[in-house]
Write a new protein. Structure first.
Lengths: 305, 523
């Protein structure tokens, strides 16, 4: 069984359309993010208290919200049959750290027990102080940038600078598009999501390397061919591989998204979006940018091997 | 089977067997992270300022005592800051003697700069200050370790954390009583036994009538209870600043029942402490001795006679659990500085169980979907992919068990991603073999060319992924570390399974056919 027999699609013809589409999506997404005052940060980065409560009876979110003073976010969580509720509170004003930091969780529990909103059990509590939140924010940003820089250096070493820039542009594109979709679909940026984003940077560049390797190989046999045709041929030759691997990884992660539970949902969603945009950007963005940046269109891409 | 091939098969079987051996039995060998097992996780900040303040206070007291002994009159010794103090009013005639004494007493740790009219300013040497802070963190870690071990938690983690040098991470798998954990970890447990100069009185003012309304330099006011059984009204004591004996000199502490039949803690002092205690009680028969825990007088019994054995009780209103915990904490020693919580995460045990179940189901569904697809698309070669991906997972699990790396929820996601990446390499190879077959090559040449051509591609893609995964390790010891570990070792073992194992399987299949026959490959 196969999907294509010797595909010959002129992908490079669509490169400008693709660039515009990507810019539109990223632009619209960034506009959404800015209008909401930044990325939706989870408790890992923003600090605060999150409690997961499991009730014996279907809980009443409004009653819980009324019982708790302040501005708690109270929402149903996971499978409705589980009677689970997530309560999120911002960092208490004036509470920098110390005992006061952890008092919120205790207060929520005693208040709710007294408020007669039903029997419940505290399944999970996350309390993150501002120092740790800031620290993780810095680490998240530096880890993402450093991994991009590391990959850039490696591709530059193995191929050539224009290809490296193409690959990194595509990867950055994937990170941005994934962030945009996370925002649109209402997922908070948690540590797990950042881990998934870093994984996407590695994964997305995989596809690109496969095509670049093919370009290099083809170029040895027919070095007179213009770069644009060479790239197009290489994309076509590796097309079924690109789509199949994206498909199988997607299937594997889909299992995680559907059955992996609420904690991993954000991580799985990030990977799903990342796989899709990674495949798209491999075909359209990475090669297109490499071609645009190459000084002579007929130039040989690389001699290193 | 030729000799070369036989060796390859032996290597593969040996690796697989080693991996399986390494994680058998999984329930014991594969460590679960807190998010799967349940437990508490804290990040604490050691208030190292406390250690410096204590050092300066102690030094000023020691200097005062020495000057008194030497008969040098001192106006005042003031504490200026955490690391600074000022001595004032040294008579010019005593200047030389003062300098000698100061040099041997405090100038190892402090820099002295003389001022006007017999005043001297002291500032802690910067390197000493840094050293004291580091020591405070190290001591805090050791103390917490002893306490946590006393809790009987299996495989606790107490370690320095982050780059700020004053943070500690504490992880207690299986511990779900957060409040108890916190009260034990964060209990200062500073025990001091001091001579009572005045009191108990119900307010501070009447306490100071004997000293002209001022607290004398070498004394402090400490709140507490009256010491009468059942009387909990707040009382104040004027006690000596310097303790007769401190908790550092405790040899043992255990819960006990006192003469009134209530919970108490009996402690015994080491030889040094017992000697000091005996001397102090011998010299002060008839006076009161305050037992002070964390700056609160728990009782102030009168000394009836010299106490030689170095044993005493701490009384109060304790539950049995509290008495047990306090005894354990006292035995572990005082914290060198107070602690504040920067992060606290608790996972209940049932949630962890659910997560493990969800993760296993998700992995099996993922593997199942991928296998079905590969069998449909690549026919018999799909079995090849299934074997190499499964072997990859087995080797990965073996690695994890061997390294003692904890399996976390994101780690399960790492396993699933490893399935995806393993299949990725297989697809890359299979597609290439198909191309070579389409170019009218024989099966053997096609397989050889397929593997050779994609080898460097696979190396390149794996290195790129490894670069990204490596940066995940900086997120510390939390669940993300499990993800990073599975990803990194999954990638490494995937190079082995996708290239070496898969190729060997192809070669094995082809070797069973007669050379030169029309070779067909189910791919």
């Amino acid at each position: 069984m196969r999907i294509f027999d010797n595909p010959n699609v002129n992908f490079m013809k669509w490169r400008w359309h693709a660039l515009v589409l990507s810019l539109l999506v990223i632009g619209a997404g960034v506009a959404t993010i800015v209008s909401r005052g930044g990325l939706p940060l989870g408790v890992d980065f923003s600090g605060g208290t999150v409690m997961q409560l499991k009730f014996t009876q279907p809980p009443n979110e409004d009653a819980i919200r009324t019982a708790l003073a302040g501005e708690p976010v109270v929402q149903r969580f996971g499978d409705p049959a589980n009677n689970e509720v997530l309560v999120r509170l911002p960092i208490m004003k004036g509470a920098e750290q110390g005992a006061s930091l952890t008092e919120e969780a205790a207060r929520v529990e005693t208040t709710l027990r007294a408020a007669n909103v039903g029997e419940f059990r505290v399944e999970k509590t996350d309390i993150v102080g501002p120092i740790i939140g800031e620290d993780l924010k810095k680490k998240g940003i530096s880890a993402t940038l450093l991994s991009l820089a590391g990959i850039l250096a490696y591709i530059w070493f193995r191929f050539r600078l224009t290809f490296a820039i193409g690959a990194i542009a595509a990867t950055l594109h994937d990170v941005l598009v994934t962030l945009v979709f996370l925002t649109w679909f209402g997922y908070d940026l948690s540590l797990n999501v950042v881990a998934a984003l870093l994984t996407i940077t590695g994964y997305s560049v995989n596809d690109t390397i496969v095509i670049f390797d093919r370009v290099r190989e083809n170029q040895r046999s027919k070095s007179k061919e213009p770069l644009i045709d060479l790239v197009n041929r290489s994309v076509n030759q590796t097309l079924s591989r690109t789509l199949i691997t994206a498909g199988t990884t997607f299937l594997a992660v889909l299992g995680l998204f559907l059955f992996g539970g609420e904690v991993l949902e954000g991580l799985a969603f990030t990977l799903l979006v990342g796989i899709l945009t990674g495949t798209y950007s491999t075909i359209f963005i990475a090669s297109a940018i490499a071609i645009v940046l190459s000084p002579r269109q007929g130039a040989a891409p690389a001699r290193k091997s | 089977m030729n000799k070369n091939l036989r060796w390859k098969v032996i290597v593969i079987v040996a690796v697989a067997a080693l991996a399986v051996w390494s994680f058998t039995p999984p329930s014991r060998k594969v460590k679960l992270g807190l998010d799967l097992k349940g437990g508490v996780h804290f990040v604490l900040k050691v208030q190292t300022d406390d250690a410096l303040r204590l050092e300066t206070e102690t030094s000023s007291e020691q200097l005062r005592e020495r000057l008194k002994e030497a008969g040098i009159p001192v106006g005042t010794i003031k504490i200026d800051s955490l690391t600074g103090m000022t001595v004032e009013g040294i008579p010019p005639a005593d200047e030389p003697r003062f300098r000698t004494l100061s040099a041997e007493q405090v100038e190892l740790t402090y820099n002295r700069s003389p001022g006007v009219a017999g005043s001297h300013k002291y500032e802690m040497k910067p390197n000493i200050a840094v050293q004291r802070r580091t020591e405070a963190v190290t001591q805090a870690i050791q103390t917490i370790e002893r306490r946590v071990n006393g809790l009987g938690v299996s495989e606790p983690v107490v370690a320095p954390y982050g780059t700020a040098n004053d943070q500690i991470i504490v992880q207690l798998p299986g511990m779900t009583d957060v409040n108890r954990a916190k009260s034990i970890i964060g209990n200062p447990a500073l025990l001091e036994i001091k001579l009572v100069e005045a009191g108990p009185m119900s307010d501070e003012k009447s306490l100071l009538t004997g000293s002209a309304g001022k607290v004398p330099d070498d004394m402090v006011v400490v709140p507490g209870v009256s010491g009468q059984k059942g009387d909990l009204t707040r009382m104040y004591y004027l006690v000596k600043r310097v303790a007769t004996v401190t908790g550092r000199e405790i040899r043992n502490a255990s819960p006990t029942i006192d003469e009134y039949g209530t919970q108490a803690i009996k402690f015994s002092l080491n030889a040094d402490g017992a000697a000091k205690f005996a001397r102090a009680t011998g010299e002060n028969v008839g006076r009161q001795l305050a037992i002070i825990l964390d700056n609160t007088v728990t009782s102030a019994p009168s000394i009836r006679e010299r106490i030689a054995g170095g044993e005493a009780n701490i009384t109060g209103t304790f539950t049995q659990q509290e008495a047990m915990d306090l005894a354990m904490v006292l035995k572990s020693g005082a914290l060198p500085a107070s602690l504040t919580y920067l992060e606290e995460r608790t996972v209940g045990p049932t949630l962890g169980e659910q997560s493990v179940r969800a993760g296993v189901i998700a992995s099996l569904v993922g593997l199942g979907l991928v296998t079905v697809f590969m069998l449909m698309y690549y026919k018999l070669a799909g079995i090849n992919a299934f074997v190499s991906v499964t072997l990859n997972l087995i080797i990965l699990l073996g690695f994890m068990a061997y390294l003692g790396a904890a399996m976390t929820l994101p780690g399960i996601a790492g396993f699933i991603l490893t399935i995806g990446m393993g299949v990725d390499s297989n697809v890359l190879i299979f597609e290439r073999i198909r191309e070579e077959l389409a170019a009218k090559k024989g099966a053997r040449q096609a397989v050889a060319a397929g593997f050779d051509r994609v080898f460097w591609t696979i190396v390149d893609t794996h290195v790129a992924s490894l670069i990204a995964a490596a940066f995940l390790f900086q997120f510390g010891t939390g669940p993300i570390r499990g993800f990073a570990t599975t990803l990194v070792f999954g990638l490494i073992s995937n190079v082995f399974t996708a290239v070496f194992v898969s190729r060997t399987m192809f070669e094995w299949i082809l070797s069973s056919r007669p050379a030169g026959s029309a070779q067909k490959l189910s791919i």
